[in-house]
Design a protein around this ligand. Structure first.
Ligand code: DI6
Ligand code: FE
Length: 407
């Protein structure tokens, strides 16, 4: 009697294209590949010629497309009221940042507009921006608070981020950035940090409203000592930390972040070799933000050779925010990482997939295509993965798959 092997069951299968798996941060290309998906996870991945006998409820023909992991934007300030296009125009008409700040502009303007906006208004305006990111290939996004700067308005921003995840096919990681700037009702930075440590962080943690905690460590924001007090409380509440560090000057924030085993340190143009060494030791990801570098017309480049030499993982993100990076395409940031920071297209794609997943503490399940991982992927209308970094703009997404479902 002949034994009949029962065919492997898939919910969906993709055939007729190629895959860049991004395992270990490299393309690891599979030509003429097959991807089998079951229950939102990758159940089979390899050369189509090796496929076992299978049954699938749905079959998709890639028509020669390339598949990559869904893009992960690991640093955004996507939720905010109003926008600052007027300031952009003022600056280009010769009004200085200082004059704009004296007129109540800058971050203060975004804080006012965010506090004044209703939750529904914030959901509506953020949704439009998030859809732009999604249409260009993003399947996971990190969203920071930080334009509320009071318990109520920080919680409002984090609720908006939750609402976006609940109503759109996207995974959202929420970060509490209450230590972003000084709220108008506080005169003293230490007193504000005390308030964050005593009231805001414990409440955010108790409500389960954040996946991580972030701060802005800079002369114009908070000192290393102030950030350390805030990190200590975050750590005691079981929340991982990350930090805006070494963006405009070298203060030592990166080393502090590394000593708290931060998931990431972000910006980093002014970092030094000791900072790079500390990050390598702690496994902290370097998140580079070419959109802010470009918008601020910065000239100090992040130390790419040192980051590579020490084996620090490098992620790329939009930093989408109304002031310094009104960026709504992560793929454009990948292009800019190549052109401005001399990254290779392979490094840039790793930076927007697997290394971005590590920066969010989710690389076990996301960021690369492998057996058992969440089936978040993009089918791109390109002839090689390098094309994703080559085009400035354009619509290259052929199909977007979120947890195994075409969206
Ligand atoms: N660094 C930045 O570049 C932004 N925040 C930060 O910590 C600026 C945000 C803004 O101008 O609204
Ligand atoms: Fe930022």
């Amino acid at each position: 009697m002949e034994l009949i092997e029962s065919p492997v069951q898939f919910d969906s299968i993709w055939l007729g294209g190629h895959v860049a798996t991004m395992e270990a941060g490299q393309y690891h290309a599979i030509h003429d590949a097959a991807i089998g998906v079951k229950n939102g996870r990758i159940a089979w991945l390899g050369e189509a010629s090796q496929l076992p006998e299978y049954q699938a409820e749905q079959s998709h023909d890639l028509q020669g497309a390339w598949v990559t992991p869904g893009l992960i934007d690991c640093h955004t300030h996507l939720v905010f009221g109003g926008n600052r296009a007027g300031e952009f125009e003022q600056r280009l008409n010769g009004v200085s940042y200082q004059q704009i700040a004296q007129q109540g502009g800058g971050i203060a303007a975004s804080v006012r507009a965010t506090r004044e906006a209703s939750e529904a208004e914030l959901v509506a305006s953020s949704r439009r921006r998030l859809l732009s990111l999604m249409q260009d290939g993003v399947t996971t996004v990190e969203i920071k608070s930080g334009y509320g700067l009071s318990l109520e308005s920080e919680l409002k921003m984090l609720r908006v981020a939750t609402e976006l995840e609940n109503t759109l096919p996207i995974t959202v990681k929420r970060t509490c950035l209450a230590a972003h700037a000084m709220p108008p009702e506080f005169a003293d930075k230490d007193a504000y940090i005390d308030h964050l440590c005593d009231v805001v962080l414990p409440k955010v943690a108790a409500l389960g409203m954040a996946d991580a905690v972030d701060a802005f460590c800079e002369g114009i924001a908070f000192s290393v000592e102030q950030v350390e007090r805030y990190f200590k409380v975050a750590q005691s509440l079981g929340l991982p930390v990350k930090l805006h560090a070494e963006q405009l000057s070298s203060l030592g924030g990166t080393r502090l972040a590394a000593s708290y085993k931060a998931l990431s340190a972000d910006h980093l143009e002014f970092m030094e070799e000791a900072d790079v060494a500390a990050m390598a030791k702690s496994g902290t990801v370097a998140v580079l933000l070419p959109g802010a570098f470009y918008t601020l017309k910065e000239t100090q480049l992040p130390p790419m050779d040192l980051l590579r030499e020490y084996g620090v993982k490098i992620a790329i993100a939009t930093d989408a925010n109304p002031g310094t990076s009104p960026a709504l395409s992560l793929r454009l940031m990948m292009n800019m990482a190549c052109t401005l920071f001399s990254m290779t297209p392979e490094e840039a794609l790793a930076g927007a997939t697997i290394h971005a997943a590590t920066a969010l503490g989710m690389d076990e399940t996301h960021g690369s295509l492998a057996l058992g991982k969440v089936a978040d992927f993009i089918c791109w209308d390109v002839e090689s993965p390098g094309e994703l970094c080559y085009w400035l703009g354009g619509n290259l997404v052929k199909q977007r798959v979120q947890q195994g479902v075409v969206t």
